[in-house]
Design a protein around this ligand. Structure first.
Ligand SMILES: *Cc1c(COP(=O)(O)O)cnc(C)c1O
Length: 490
C-alpha cells in the first residue's frame, strides 16, 4: 500500500516513510493512494466482537501492511495497556440526556489525543526499524495545551526519540501547565515562549523547514518529524474507536447490526472527524458525521456554503482546543472528494494568499456525509448544565459543543454517539461554573478539587501530577532555534 501527497501527482512513499516524515515535502498531507477496500458485512460482524487492542491491530493492518501483524499486535498492546484507567479504553455510556457519549479521555493526560499519541511513537519506532533507519527522531511541537502534554507522555522514555514542546507563557490552562511541567523529563521537554500560540507555531514551522537546520540535524543523525494530526500515523489510530463504539451499541442490543449511527464530533483541526469519514469508507454504517465547532465557526459556514473563509475575528473561548481558524485536515477531505491534487494545491494556495476559497459546486454535493453546527461559550455552559440536570453526568466544554449539536440535529432518526474528547476535570473552572452557577474560588488545582467535591469523583491519573512543581523555562521567540540546538547538544 502506497501513500501519496494531496498536492502533487507523483510524490509517493510507503506508510512507514509517511509516518516518519509527518508532512509531505511539497507541503501537502499524505493519504492512501488507493483507499483500502471496505470490510464485508461478515468481516465487520467479526471485527465488532474484538477487544479494543485486537480491533486496533486489524484496522491499522488495513492501512499499514508494511508492518507485520506481530509488530502491530505489539504496538497496540503497548499503546492500550494499563496506562488507561478503563479496561475498555474507549467506553460508551448509556443514553444520557438523549445521546451516547464515547469517552475518549481515559488515557494518561485525560484528553482524546492520548488515543493517537500512545500509538504514534510506537508506529514511528517500528517504522525506523523496518527501514533500517538509524536516525533519532526529533518531534517539534507548538501547543496550546492538549497536544504537547499527550505527545510528551507518548514519547517519554522511548529511545531514539526526542520531544521539544513550545507553549505560550501564561497562555495554557492551569491544569495543562501542571501536566506539561510534570512530564518534562528524560527525552521530553516543554519550554515557554514570551509570545502567543501563533508565534510559537510560526516559528516551529520555520525551524522545521530551515535547510541549514535540516542539514545540521542530518549531520548528527537526527531528523525532524511531526506529532500533530497532519501526520497520518496520528489519524489512523482514531479510526478504531468509531468501530468500537458501534460494536458496543450492537452488543447492548440498542441497535441492530447494519443500522446507521450518527457521530457528533467536537472539531478543531478536522482530524478526529476525518477519522470517522475513513471509518465510513471502510464499511462502518455511519449516518451523519456532525461537525461541531465552537464560536470559531469557519467549518460550519464551509459545510453550509462551500466557502472557506478565515478572514474573521478569532475568539478565545472556553473550549480552547477548538480555537482554530485553519483546519489542516480538511485538505485530506478535499482530496478525497476531488481526487485532484492540482485543485487541492490551488485551493490551499488561495487560502494562504487570500485567507479564503470557494469549493466548486459539483464538489459541494459530495459533502453530504456531513452536517454542521456550532455553539457559543454561553451555549456550551448551558449544555453542560442541561446534561447534568437531566442525567447527573458531567461533560467537558469541548464535549458540550458536540452534545448540543447532537441535541439540535434533526436530519434523521438514527441514534447519535457524541465523541467525548476531554475529561471535565481538565477544565474545572468552566464546568464548575456551568453546573453550580458559581465561580470557583481559585483557578487550577483548587478548582479541580472544588469540582471533585461537587461530583464526588476524581480520576486516578489526575492525582499523579497534583504535587508537580517544576520550574518553567521561559525564552523569547527569537531564541527558539538556539534552544532547539541546545536541547539536542548541537
Ligand atoms: C484536539 C481536541 C479537539 C479537536 O480535535 P481535532 O482532531 O483537532 O478536530 C477537541 N477536543 C479536545 C479536548 C481536543 O484536545
Amino acid at each position: 500500500m502506497i501513500y501519496r501527497s494531496t498536492r502533487s501527482a507523483n510524490l509517493e512513499v510507503s506508510g512507514a516513510s509517511a509516518i516518519i516524515q509527518g508532512l509531505a515535502p511539497d507541503g501537502g498531507l499524505f493519504v492512501p493512494k488507493v483507499f483500502p477496500e471496505a470490510f464485508s458485512k461478515n468481516e465487520l460482524k467479526n471485527l465488532l466482537e474484538l477487544s479494543y487492542q485486537d480491533l486496533a491491530g486489524k484496522i491499522l493492518g488495513r492501512f499499514l501492511p508494511d508492518y507485520t501483524p506481530e509488530q502491530l499486535a505489539n504496538i497496540v498492546k503497548g499503546a492500550y495497556g494499563t496506562q488507561w484507567d478503563d479496561a475498555k479504553i474507549a467506553p460508551v455510556t448509556e443514553n444520557k440526556a438523549g445521546s451516547y457519549f464515547l469517552e475518549l479521555f481515559h488515557g494518561p493526560t485525560l484528553a482524546f489525543k492520548d488515543i493517537a499519541l500512545q500509538c504514534l511513537p510506537r508506529l514511528m519506532k517500528t517504522a525506523l526499524f523496518n527501514q533500517a533507519d538509524n536516525r533519532d527522531i526529533v518531534i517539534l511541537t507548538a501547543t496550546s495545551g492538549d497536544t504537547g502534554t499527550a505527545a510528551m507522555r507518548g514519547f517519554q522514555g522511548l529511545d531514539k526519540t526526542r520531544v521539544i514542546v513550545f507553549y505560550p507563557y501564561q497562555g495554557v490552562a492551569p491544569i495543562q501547565l501542571k501536566q506539561m511541567l510534570s512530564e518534562s523529563k528524560d527525552n521530553t521537554v516543554a519550554i515557554a515562549i514570551e509570545g502567543n500560540f501563533d508565534q510559537a507555531q510560526t516559528k516551529v514551522k520555520q525551524i522545521f523547514n530551515d535547510q541549514d537546520m535540516r542539514k545540521l540535524l542530518a549531520d548528527h543523525d537526527f531528523t525532524f518529524s511531526s506529532a500533530n494530526s497532519m501526520n497520518i500515523g496520528r489519524l489512523l489510530p482514531q479510526v478504531v474507536y468509531y468501530f468500537y463504539a458501534y460494536g458496543q451499541l450492537v452488543a447492548r442490543g440498542d441497535i441492530a447490526m447494519g443500522d446507521p449511527v450518527n457521530y457528533s464530533v467536537p472539531t478543531g483541526n478536522f482530524g478526529d472527524i476525518l477519522a470517522g469519514y475513513y471509518a465510513k469508507k471502510l464499511g462502518l454504517p455511519v449516518g451523519k458525521l456532525i461537525c461541531a465547532s465552537n464560536k470559531n465557526n469557519v467549518l460550519t459556514d464551509f459545510f453550509k456554503t462551500g466557502h472557506y473563509d478565515k478572514n474573521r475575528d478569532f475568539y478565545v473561548t472556553n473550549s480552547p482546543s477548538m480555537d482554530i481558524l485553519v483546519s489542516s485536515n480538511l485538505e485530506r477531505l478535499l482530496f478525497d472528494i476531488s481526487g485532484d491534487p492540482d485543485l487541492v494545491k490551488g485551493l490551499m494556495d488561495q487560502l494562504k494568499e487570500t485567507g479564503e476559497y470557494q469549493l466548486p459546486n459539483d464538489l459541494r454535493e459530495k459533502l453530504s456525509d456531513f452536517a454542521a453546527d456550532y455553539a457559543t461559550p454561553e451555549e456550551i455552559e448551558g449544555e453542560i448544565k442541561r446534561v447534568y440536570d437531566e442525567s447527573g453526568y458531567v461533560i467537558d466544554p469541548h464535549t458540550a459543543v458536540a452534545s448540543l449539536a447532537a441535541h439540535r440535529f434533526t436530519g434523521n432518526d438514527a441514534k447519535t454517539v457524541v465523541l467525548s474528547t476531554a475529561s471535565p476535570y481538565k477544565f474545572p473552572e468552566t464546568v464548575y461554573h456551568a453546573v453550580s452557577g458559581q465561580a470557583v474560588t481559585e483557578k487550577g488545582i483548587p478548582a479541580l478539587k472544588q469540582l471533585a467535591e461537587l461530583t464526588g469523583d476524581l480520576p486516578a491519573s489526575i492525582k499523579e501530577f497534583l504535587g508537580a512543581s517544576a520550574q518553567e523555562i521561559v525564552i523569547p521567540p527569537s531564541e527558539m532555534e538556539a534552544e532547539v540546538k541546545r536541547q539536542l547538544g548541537l
